[in-house]
Design a protein around this ligand. Structure first.
Ligand SMILES: Nc1ncnc2c1ncn2[C@@H]1O[C@H](COP(=O)(O)OP(=O)(O)OP(=O)(O)O)[C@@H](O)[C@H]1O
Length: 284
């Protein structure tokens, strides 16, 4: 891989210790490059969300990481073993280095606080050195980046549309300029036009700010458009990992071929309407 790695996941295994234990992620390995968009696809229940939570140590019992390693490679050249981080280290790491946006994340905004208050609070908790004016400026800037007018800082969540609230959550995830963003079905609850707009924005921001994205979705055609590389999960294992083009044209695993075949649209020529204008145009 030409890019410097920002995250290395090796042989990660996650088990739900229920009466009949379920190995939801089995020896998953992947490397995420700096500024790369890595798509993670696979049918419902294959382990995508479990993998995402475990990478960020957000998994809850009965889930248990039974093996493997997750290493974050800092810009400064330091390697951080995420599975060894203790509470305070983890708290500092999350949001500032690696942030997450979940499906329906828009509903996790606090209904009784303004958008401005919630952005300000996150900044205050993570960066005590900023003045009130600097925090306000940063909050306005980050909203502008995701296409929300900063006057909305004064709005309450219920005053915004679903698409706008999801943009606010993406702004929140970008607030501390993390090096990695994990997005788990971030736009599936939204209508297609809004989805496209938000995705375009994410691509543009990636080009501008060079953060890496792990983008999780069932929507393989979408990943073929936006991702640099795609990992396909099947029953807890990563069975395919390649460039979007390799996955589309030379899928190795029978499950990937089956998955591709289940999207009739893939037999037609997909236009570049999302990628259009991106610095990462697929050239080959
Ligand atoms: N709390 C839990 N207890 C026991 N098993 C669980 C729990 N949560 C998830 N699982 C199991 O782990 C496996 C992986 O689930 P996971 O939610 O990670 O899949 P997914 O690919 O993200 O699915 P979806 O696309 O529907 O979100 C599934 O077999 C699921 O039934």
């Amino acid at each position: 891989m030409a890019r410097q790695p920002v995250l290395s996941v090796r042989d990660l295994t996650v088990i739900y210790e229920t009466e009949q234990p379920v190995t939801a992620v089995r020896q998953a390995s992947l490397e995420l490059g700096r500024g790369e968009i890595l798509g993670l696809a696979g049918e419902s229940g294959c382990g995508k969300t479990t993998l995402a939570y475990a990478i960020n140590r957000l998994h809850q019992p009965p889930a248990r990481i039974a093996g493997g390693s997750v290493i974050f490679h800092d810009r400064e050249g330091e390697d951080i073993d995420l599975l060894a981080l203790k509470d305070e280290g983890l708290r500092q790491f999350r949001w500032s280095q690696l942030s997450m946006v979940f499906q329906g994340a828009m509903n996790s905004l606090n209904p009784v606080r303004t958008i401005g208050y919630q952005l300000d609070d996150t900044l205050k908790v993570h960066d005590g050195s900023l003045s009130r004016a600097q925090r306000k400026e940063r909050a306005a800037e980050v909203l502008t980046r995701v296409g929300v007018d900063p006057v909305r800082l004064r709005s309450y969540p219920h005053e915004l549309s679903g698409g706008m609230r999801q943009r606010v959550m993406i702004a929140m995830a970008m607030l501390l300029q993390p090096q990695i963003m994990i997005m788990d079905e971030p736009t599936t609850a939204l209508d297609v036009v809004v989805q496209r707009e938000i995705l375009r924005e994410i691509l543009r921001l990636r080009d501008e700010l060079d953060f890496a994205v792990i983008f999780i979705t069932h929507d393989l055609p979408l990943l073929l458009e936006i991702a640099d590389r795609i990992a396909v999960m099947y029953q807890g294992e990563i069975v395919e990992l390649g460039t979007a083009q390799q996955v589309h044209q030379q899928a190795q695993h029978p499950y990937t071929r089956k998955l591709l075949g289940s999207f009739p649209s893939l037999t037609g020529s997909r236009s570049d309407f999302v990628r259009h204008g991106s610095a990462q145009e697929r050239s080959a």
